[in-house]
Design a protein around this ligand. Structure first.
Ligand code: ADP
Ligand code: MG
Length: 572
């Protein structure tokens, strides 16, 4: 390891030279309070910024062992430090020091969710931040003077204010960690409480806007309050006793007039698989880890998915036990999404009428009379949703203000009125008992087991032009894998670009487990196990700071959306 003086010397020497001379600063340097790693130097001022790390001895930080005494706390603690680091980059770095990315100092920016990330790693021995710097240049000539300010003035300030207890508020750190720990515990408690979701009284669910996931301004929000009949009280290690709406297993119907908060409640459950930062409003709105949002996504590709529980007798005798298409319809995409979610291990399905295919959801009595069952390939979801629970143990939470046919199959019915949930289960039951619509159930027989699939490794090709590996994300909802674009626009439970980026790498990592025998679920489970045991760093041959943990369910869904995908179906 070099002394930091050495870095200063190199910067003076290469000042004014062509940008490529920056390569000379690659290496490891000892600073007063930290070690600096310059891992990768950008090729020019406009390309991706340089990858930098700072490592501090844990013993010098003042961070006690209680901050990292379990995985839940460690993740939240790292999240806290990352947020602080980001803010201090904004505060202490000038950010603009020439052309292109010159002057940039930044770290992967967390949003409302607390995720495991590669941006900050804390273990017994070290605290390590992985971040990005745009090395400064004017007209593609190195600005050694600006670089010196960045490395010797701005960076030490950022580090000192973000990675040492002496400049942080321990109570604030504890608050952050305890919120996450409570949410994790609550989430894992749900199953034994017979619940699929919980929304604490006082939660603030609505978001600032459709593109801004921060909370809606306080004064205008109706805080969540549970109806007595669904009220559950839980005891959490940090918060103590908390009351809220407990959503039982089975089939739950959420209905109510338009604009009364139905979709907002469902979205909270969708993202209730993640922990949220203090002040978010959804800190204690949680759902079981296997909760998966289902929606129609016409146009997507499907590879040998068994959609026969929902769709049969397609025109031209097309096989629905192994259904493939390059261009799914709304209803077939939704049927596939459910079968694939079951295959990947989802335990709760969420559906919102706003994003469902109507003909997949309902077929009312008048339609049954005009179009005979023989001429309708679809068995509507209303006739399968109870079986999903009874036969497969999969619960459903469904927003449906448009059809009363679901009354007959719902275990509980919640009405949203002016953003407040009411229990109308009894009312709905009475209506069903006193109004026989004459509608016939069309399910006829068991749901049956869906067939599992084995991914074919050679259908995965990470090579782009000239055989060079090409794996990257395109925003937060698409992955470029070799010459294939995997479109993830319909996966609403992806919350951060860094999850998408990591998923691209994870698909590559998964390939080693595709041996022609393992099913997709088994392959995904291996990847998840590797990430649990070895962390996000195993996804890359070198250290990167912009990967975030994703769920196995999303990884399976991403693979299912890859247009080159080939599968072999396991025969029963
Ligand atoms: P629905 O699905 O019933 O039509 P939404 O859930 O889309 O209704 O909510 C309608 C609007 O009301 C949205 O703009 C949402 O942000 C807002 N909203 C939802 N819940 C609340 C609340 N508790 N307090 C204030 N506004 C809310
Ligand atoms: Mg809605």
């Amino acid at each position: 390891m070099e002394n930091s003086k050495k870095l200063g010397e190199i910067l003076s020497r290469i000042d004014g030279r062509g940008f490529k001379a920056y390569k000379d600063i690659k290496g490891r340097y000892g600073f007063k309070s930290f070690t600096l790693f310059i891992d990768h130097v950008q090729g020019d001022p406009y390309s991706n910024p340089s990858r930098i790390r700072v490592r501090v001895q844990r013993s010098r930080t003042g961070f006690g062992p209680e901050l990292t005494s379990n995985p839940s706390r460690t993740i939240a603690f790292c999240d806290f430090l990352t947020r602080r680091f980001y803010r201090n980059c904004q505060r202490f770095a000038k950010q603009e020091r020439g052309i292109g990315k010159s002057g940039l100092v930044t770290i992967d920016r967390p949003q409302q969710e607390i995720l495991e990330r590669s941006a900050m790693v804390v273990d017994q021995h070290h605290v390590e931040a992985r971040f990005f710097m745009g090395l400064p240049a004017f007209g593609r000539k190195i600005s050694g003077r600006n670089a010196r300010v960045m490395f010797f003035d701005e960076l030490p300030r950022i580090v000192d204010h973000s990675m040492f207890l002496s400049s942080l508020d321990l109570n604030e750190i504890r608050g952050h960690i305890e919120v996450a720990e409570d949410a994790d515990l609550l989430r894992y408690k749900l199953d034994s409480l017979g619940l699929v979701g919980f929304v604490a009284d006082g939660s603030l669910l609505p978001r600032a806007s459709g593109i801004d996931s921060r909370p809606l301004g306080k004064g205008t929000v109706v805080p969540f309050s549970s109806p007595e009949s669904f009220r559950v009280t839980v005891d959490l290690p940090n918060r103590g006793e908390v009351a809220g709406l407990g959503i039982p297993k089975g089939v739950t119907l959420i209905l109510g007039g338009g604009y009364h908060g139905k979709s907002t409640l469902l979205s909270a459950l969708e993202l209730g698989v993640y922990n949220h930062v203090p002040g978010d409003g959804r800190e204690l709105a949680v759902s079981t880890p296997g909760t998966f949002k289902i929606r129609a996504a016409d146009g997507r590709s499907i590879e040998k998915t068994d959609i026969s529980p929902f769709i049969n007798n397609l025109p031209f005798g097309k096989d629905t036990k192994a259904f493939s298409t390059a261009n799914a319809s709304g209803s077939t995409s939704q049927a596939a999404a459910i079968s694939e979610a079951m295959e990947a291990g989802a335990t709760t399905l969420l559906l919102d009428e706003d994003t469902c295919a109507t003909n997949f959801m309902v077929r009312d009595v008048l339609m049954q009379q005009l179009v005979a069952k023989e001429n309708e390939p679809i068995t509507p979801f209303v006739d399968r949703v109870k079986q999903l629970h009874r036969e497969r143990g999969i619960s459903t939470v469904l927003v449906m203000g448009g059809s009363g046919d679901y009354f007959a199959v719902a275990d509980q019915v919640i009405q949203m009125t002016n953003y407040a949930p009411l229990d109308v289960s009894e009312k709905a039951r009475t209506i069903v008992e006193t109004h026989d619509t004459g509608r016939r159930n069309e399910a006829g027989g068991e749901l049956g087991k869906i067939r599992l699939r084995i991914p074919v490794k050679k259908s995965f090709n990470p090579s782009g032009r000239e055989g060079r590996q090409r794996i990257k994300n395109q925003g937060d909802r698409a992955i470029v894998f070799g010459n294939t674009l995997i479109d993830l626009w319909d996966l609403e439970q992806i919350v951060h670009t860094s999850q998408t980026r990591a998923m691209g790498r994870a698909i590559f990592h998964a390939m080693q487990y595709m041996d022609g025998k393992r099913t997709l679920k088994q392959v995904i489970a291996r990847v998840d196990k590797d990430l649990d045991e070895q962390g996000l760093d195993i996804l890359m041959p070198f250290v990167v700071g912009d990967h975030a943990r994703f769920r196995p369910l999303e990884l399976a869904a991403a693979i299912n959306r890859m247009r080159t995908l080939r599968m072999i179906q396991q025969q029963d």
